[in-house]
Design a protein around this ligand. Structure first.
Ligand code: SAM
Length: 219
């Protein structure tokens, strides 16, 4: 089984990541190493290296590997950054970030998902991840500023709090759109009051729920 999974992971990197234009060697190496099958439940393990989002419980998903790679590459991590992730989910993205930057702060609104992700971080010995339960649409004010912020749920608009928690020269990567389909956006903080945004690709994430996200009822 583990040999088969290793081969499937290599194939994922070659075909779904390199084959579709991901070129950051650090991202490719980390995704070649990190065992995505650990972050999904038993029945999903054999499908862990398919290029698709998979259910992780609570109506949530672990994101598609290509999109994870695209977003991570867009962060342009060098290794010394402090990064905020909104939407811990399975913990896969946070674990990947922890291999590529100095410190990761990650927030999840579902305590069950957070507890499971924390167990995996412990098993993998990932000591540079700090996590908490809460509404990440308003960021993590007591830990600002962040060099990078990544939101792994779809927002109706760019949350003002997140933009304000970016360090000068920092970058925010997030999906913005309606509840079903979004566009991946990159926003750079150039100075105290100057920001530059651009759109990278279409994507489809579960909704970001919270004060600066969608309301639970869908309004
Ligand atoms: N990054 C995750 C991974 O690697 O598995 C995938 C995230 S999943 C697509 C989106 C996650 O965002 C869900 O677990 C959901 O509960 C969480 N979420 C949605 N709104 C949130 C909020 N306001 N604050 C924190 N987490 C939120």
């Amino acid at each position: 089984m583990s040999e088969h999974l290793e081969e499937a992971r290599r194939d994922m990197v070659e075909r779904h990541l390199k084959g579709r234009g991901i070129h950051d060697e650090r991202v490719l190496a980390a995704m070649g190493k990190l065992e995505r099958h650990r972050f999904v439940d038993g029945p999903m393990m054999s499908r862990a290296y398919e290029d698709r989002a998979l259910p992780i419980g609570q109506g949530q998903t672990i994101s598609q590997p290509y999109i994870v790679a695209l977003m991570t590459e867009a962060l342009e991590l060098q290794g010394d950054e402090k990064v905020l992730e909104v939407g811990t989910g399975s913990g896969y993205q946070a674990a990947l970030l922890s291999m590529l930057c100095e410190r990761v702060f990650t927030i999840e609104r579902h305590s069950e998902l957070l507890a499971r992700a924390r167990r995996i971080f412990d098993e993998l010995g990932l000591g540079n991840i700090v996590s908490r339960r809460g509404d990440g649409s308003i960021g993590w004010g007591s830990e600002k500023p962040f060099d990078r912020i990544i939101v792994t749920a779809g927002a109706p608009a760019v949350p003002d709090s997140l933009v304000r928690q970016l360090a000068l020269g920092g970058r925010l990567v997030l999906p913005v759109g309606d509840r079903r389909e979004q566009e991946l956006k990159i926003i750079d903080r150039l100075s105290d009051s100057t920001f530059r945004g651009r759109t990278v690709a279409p994507c489809a994430f579960v909704p970001l729920l919270g004060k600066e996200g969608w309301t639970l009822s869908g309004a």
